[in-house]
Design a binder for this molecule. Structure first.
Ligand code: ADP
Ligand code: MG
Length: 356
């Protein structure tokens, strides 16, 4: 029988910026870019990556031996590297057309990998499902907020939010119906040369799903945490479920610990990637209705059955965050087996859907 504290050790789902930095530095100091740990008796292995999707990715597995885990983690790393490159909207890489290429060549037909096509098609589906709240074709607007955040990081004294007229002008170039996908030819054309795609809301979940497709083949219980997009399959060898902690947005502890075995969990929060300007904080999730950071809640977590996918959970958590508790309840009611946990400004949590 293992110590209770060990069994209950939650996976870190979402961290405040200082906690995330401290966590990353601690791990970096100990092990450069990646680490492997193993408790021989339990054969529990874990490895983290810090180079992909601007976040920390951690894989934890119970396996028979180190060689099996070595293979699983090797393939997981390759998988995240591949999707990191394909879905990067800021940098292009030699020999491949990625989303940065699609954005740069807006107005032209661009040949892309089949996975890029699939992600964009999912994005289109989520836009319909969320009544436009989640719109991956909103790159023009999101870029203005992204630049404001970057400028604020470089020069906090002169931080400012995007100009209202510039936001309104950018909003004229966010029509997802102008993103033409030819799945047979594996091409995408942004008909509006001033539009761009931003898949930040769903890319991590998609990559986690593809990694899980590989990992499931090994038949070992595992938990994959890609910066808040979590997928866990099976139970631990002692029959205990995998658990994940939902971070307290106002502190460093967990506000709630949830059972995530055979579950996809995603958390979207306004408190991680923020910047301050004129004494106010601005989050990174933008409400298309106001073109301003969504502020109906502080943190939103969505849990769905694992087979529905981390990409869907990722999309739902961002959309529910934007829509706020009431409209989120309608959206989650339409997603089979979905459960939501809101954390409001007062730190109070509210649950939507059946507690599984
Ligand atoms: P995180 O990436 O911090 O885990 P999310 O999954 O909620 O959080 O995604 C936030 C990202 O989604 C933003 O950084 C931005 O790239 C993108 N985004 C923000 N607002 C929207 C929106 N309304 N529709 C589509 N994508 C959005
Ligand atoms: Mg998301």
């Amino acid at each position: 029988m293992r110590a209770k504290t060990r069994i209950r050790q939650p996976a870190s789902v979402y961290m405040t910026r200082p906690a995330k930095t401290a966590f990353a530095l601690l791990l970096l100091a100990a092990m450069a870019l990646a680490f492997v740990s193993c408790t021989p008796r339990e054969q529990r292995f874990s490895m983290s990556w810090f180079d992909y999707f601007d976040t920390v990715i951690t894989l934890t597995v119970y396996a028979d031996d180190r060689a099996v885990f070595g293979e699983m983690s090797g393939k997981t790393g390759e998988c995240f590297e591949r999707y990191h490159r394909l879905f990067d909207i800021y940098n292009e890489y030699e020999g491949v057309n990625n989303l940065a290429s699609v954005n740069r060549m807006a107005g032209e037909e661009v040949a892309v990998d089949a996975d890029v096509i699939e992600l964009l098609m999912l994005g289109r589906e989520y836009e319909r499902l969320t009544d436009g709240a989640l719109n991956i074709a909103m790159g023009a607007v999101l870029k203005l907020w992204h630049d404001a955040r970057e400028n604020a990081a470089k020069d906090p004294q002169n931080a400012s939010i995007p100009d209202e007229d510039a936001l309104r002008a950018a909003a004229q170039h966010c029509d997802i119906d102008k993103m033409i996908i030819d799945a047979e030819r594996s091409t995408v054309t942004l008909l509006d040369a001033e539009m761009s795609v931003d898949v930040g809301a769903i890319a991590k979940g998609y990559a986690a799903d593809r990694a899980a497709d590989i990992l499931k083949g090994y038949g070992c219980p595992f938990l994959l945490n890609c910066g808040g997009a979590v997928l866990a399959y099976g139970v631990k060898p002692d029959g205990e479920s995998w658990t994940a902690g939902i971070l307290d947005p106002s502190g460093t502890g967990f506000i709630e610990t949830v059972d995530v075995s055979d579950t996809a969990l995603s958390t979207s929060g306004s408190y991680l990637r923020t910047f301050s300007a004129g004494g106010r904080d601005y989050g990174h999730i933008i409400d298309p209705a106001t073109l301003m950071p969504a502020d109906k809640t502080v943190s939103m977590s969505v849990m769905i059955p694992a087979d529905a996918g981390a990409c869907f959970a990722d999309a739902l958590s961002t959309a529910c965050f934007i829509l706020g508790p009431e409209r989120a309840a309608e959206l989650l009611a339409a997603a089979e087996g979905a459960e939501g946990i809101f954390v409001g400004g007062s730190g109070k949590t509210s649950h939507i859907g059946k507690k599984r």
